[in-house]
Design a protein around this ligand. Structure first.
Ligand SMILES: [Zn+2]
Length: 216
């Protein structure tokens, strides 16, 4: 399988918008790809937005953004929409998209999958697509109890080093989540191993995304 590359000069800034409903979504969904892009595009900038990050979860989100992208992070912008209630204040979330996010005009956007079982994730996905209509959008996946993993269409093979770094950064950043039985290294590595198998990644590991529109 040939590999398509982003049509961007590595010496030029690559503007990436990373959207996560909750603190830890961006890192779980596309943390390895962010590490990969940050290395490949030294002048990249990651506009980092978390919609529900209050108290300790804000502290954790800021720490994680720093670990994953360091000086390349723009933000992070941490909002305090209530976890689980975003669809019920959808007009406020949409207003934030229009006023604060639309002016960014990124080259690449990471957001939630539109088929995600979590209502907050689906809302962020929908608003991403209706706000950014002429942009490359990759929708990431989050493993969860509901069992909503599907059949992604875009794969990013990752080095084992990037995968291990991703998992270490997640475990080091989100202490408040460690009591959840699924929140452990093996969950994150297992999903990347499966996606790596599906795309025959040389390193055996990958992250996978859904893409609805792509121009060659
Ligand atoms: Zn989430």
């Amino acid at each position: 399988m040939i590999h398509l590359k982003l049509d961007s000069d590595a010496s030029q800034p690559l503007e990436v918008l990373c959207l996560g409903a909750h603190s830890d979504d961006i890192e779980i969904g596309c943390g390895g790809t962010i590490l990969h892009l940050a290395e490949r595009f030294p002048r990249s900038r990651f506009h980092w937005v978390v919609f529900s990050a209050a108290g300790v979860r804000e502290t954790e989100a800021r720490r994680a953004a720093e670990l994953f992208a360091g000086a390349k992070v723009k933000g992070p912008l941490c909002k305090t929409f209530q976890d689980g209630f975003m669809p019920y204040v959808g007009s406020d979330v949409k207003a934030f998209f229009e006023s604060d996010l639309k002016p960014i005009s990124p080259d690449l956007i990471f957001t939630h999958s539109g088929k995600d079982a979590h209502q907050d994730h689906r809302l962020i996905s929908e608003l991403t697509r209706n706000t950014f209509r002429d942009h490359l959008i990759l929708e990431y996946e989050i493993p969860k109890y509901d069992g909503d993993l599907g059949q992604p269409s875009v794969y990013v093979p990752l080095t084992q080093d990037d995968c291990q770094k991703k998992v270490r950064f997640i475990m080091d950043s989100f202490h408040s989540q460690r009591s959840k039985p699924w929140f452990e290294e093996s969950t994150f590595m297992a999903l990347m191993r499966l996606r790596g198998m599906e795309c025959n990644a040389p390193s055996r590991y990958a992250e996978a995304f859904y893409c609805r529109k792509l121009a060659l």
